[in-house]
Design a binder for this molecule. Structure first.
Ligand code: NAD
Ligand code: ZN
Length: 358
């Protein structure tokens, strides 16, 4: 048995309002004339109050991160090219936004120091050069992208992360005040990503005490905010932000499972977004995660959320095959969920039946 020696985020600052320490935190990382690049989730493009808090100095650059679609490798290449042409060398990249913006920041910082195209690094441990200094600032809680060693990208042939020791952020700024205005639906979908990470980690065959400790806490916090409280308040933002962090830590040392494996197929073929896709799938996974799905359904009801139905209706056989190929390609997820014999348990026919229900 070989145990994973995993790279973590170097520095964490947590607390309501801590975003205002960003200037001071990044100051020692500024090198001569090399600018800091701020990638701001385009949702905030007209938010003058937030923009006024971004510590832009001399030739720093503020770029709107386009997250209408989840990040594609071609978009990463474009951004990295644009930054290199304009500035040559940079002091750092700071991603402020949801999981998509944070992933864009991680990937761009890698592509500023590594040759070739982003698609060349989709996989495990393919990145060879350290990235430029990078900072993650979540404005939505749930994905765990702030702590993970991956950045999920859709490339020409697959949806797969750049998993490497050079992927985690050097610094994260966890300020629950930044999530306070997120719309209830979006907050729920992204929050459920965390809840599902916990169930898949806790119910998986890879579970161990490290992952269980974080997973149980994160699950409890998710249930606290989505099930046991009647009003969303400042404490809820703080609780969900820590749930996201702990959920990310839980899967870092275990793995996700059936919902993620199936949802990746939907994302690849239909562009279904990660949070909502996981909800659509998880709703139909009672046979795999009975208690988790019961709790999930209670949370859906309590928060009056619509989970879309019938999204695979009318798809062709070839389209189902594409989703099945993408999904079955995620071997570690299936092995975690169903054990070493997963291939005999999750046959193509059974998976097709599952996709047809969505
Ligand atoms: P997102 O980043 O895709 O954003 C969803 C929408 O919410 C966007 O329109 C965005 O502009 C908007 N938004 C962001 N902050 C907001 C706020 N405070 N208020 C209102 N709207 C806001 O959503 P997400 O669920 O955070 O992230 C999903 C992405 O994260 C996917 O691309 C997925 O692949 C990725 N992901 C990565 C990891 C990882 O470990 N790297 C893990 C899970 C998911
Ligand atoms: Zn997820």
């Amino acid at each position: 048995m070989k145990f994973r020696n995993f790279k973590m985020v170097d520095y964490v600052v947590y607390g309501r309002g801590c975003f205002d320490q960003l200037d001071e935190i990044i100051a020692p990382r500024r090198r001569n004339d090399a600018p800091m690049i701020f990638l701001l989730d385009h949702y905030f493009r007209n938010d003058d109050a937030l923009k006024a808090r971004i510590p832009l100095r001399s030739n720093d650059l503020l770029i709107d991160a386009d997250v209408d679609h989840e990040p594609k490798t071609t978009y990463i290449d474009e951004l990295a090219q644009q930054i290199k042409e304009k500035h040559g060398s940079v002091s750092g990249v700071i991603g402020i936004g949801g999981g998509s913006t944070m992933d864009i920041a991680k990937a761009v910082s890698i592509m500023l120091t590594n040759p070739g195209k982003a698609q060349d690094y989709q996989g495990w441990d393919l990145v060879k050069q350290p990235a430029v200094y990078k900072v993650g600032v979540p404005t939505l809680s749930g994905t765990g992208a702030e702590v993970s060693r991956t950045t999920v990208l859709t490339g020409p042939t697959r949806k797969l992360g750049m998993n490497s020791d050079f992927t985690p952020f050097d610094q994260i700024i966890l300020d629950p005040g930044l999530t306070k205005n997120a719309p209830a639906n979006q907050r729920f979908y992204t929050g459920m990503d965390c809840f599902i990470h916990c169930i898949e980690s806790l119910e998986g065959t890879y579970i161990n005490e490290f992952s269980r400790s974080y997973g149980e806490k994160a699950q409890q916090l998710c249930e606290e905010v989505f099930l046991h409280k009647n009003e969303w308040d400042a404490e809820s933002d703080a609780q969900l932000m820590m749930a996201s962090y702990a959920g990310g830590m839980s899967i870092a040392y275990s793995q996700v499972g059936v919902a993620h494996a199936v949802s990746y197929g939907l994302g690849y073929l239909l562009g279904t977004k990660h949070g909502i896709g996981n909800c659509i799938v998880f709703n139909h996974l009672h046979e795999f995660y009975p208690r988790g799905v019961d709790t999930f359904r209670k949370m859906v009801e309590k928060n009056k959320i619509d989970i879309p139905q019938g999204i695979t209706k009318g798809l062709s056989g070839a389209q189902f095959d594409t989703m099945i190929d993408v999904s079955l390609g995620m071997a570690p997820l299936w092995e975690n969920a169903l054990g070493e014999d997963w291939k005999t348990i999750m046959t193509r026919d059974r998976l097709r039946g599952l996709y047809e229900k969505l």
